[in-house]
Design a protein around this ligand. Structure first.
Ligand code: FES
Length: 99
């Protein structure tokens, strides 16, 4: 579905639910996870339905994931960093200090 454009090598490694995924400098978390055939970025708080990115420009919030222990991160706007730990966001994010 997603094919990299250009010859930039995947020199970084990110982890999605502990699975290592090769990443290219400058690409977004969403692009990298979609290229790796990820089936769900988050689940809805009410029904638990799996969701995937839709707009890829920061408007729809369907791409929310947990990154390095912090929830509600828009994967389509975050650029990959080596060693980044990403997890599926299950329902509403738990944000410390916010109830
Ligand atoms: S895909 Fe729509 S906000 Fe990220």
């Amino acid at each position: 579905m997603f094919t990299p454009v250009g010859a930039v090598e995947a020199t970084l490694t990110i982890f999605f639910n502990d699975r290592p995924i090769s990443a290219r400098p400058g690409e977004t978390v969403a692009a990298c996870l979609l290229r790796a055939n990820t089936s769900s970025f988050r689940t809805t708080p009410v029904t638990g339905a799996p969701r995937l990115p839709y707009c890829m420009i920061g408007h729809c919030f369907e791409c929310l994931v947990e990154i390095n222990g912090v929830g509600n991160q828009q994967a389509c706007l975050k650029v990959v960093e080596d060693g980044m730990k990403i997890r599926v966001q299950q329902g509403a994010a738990i944000i410390p200090g916010v109830s």
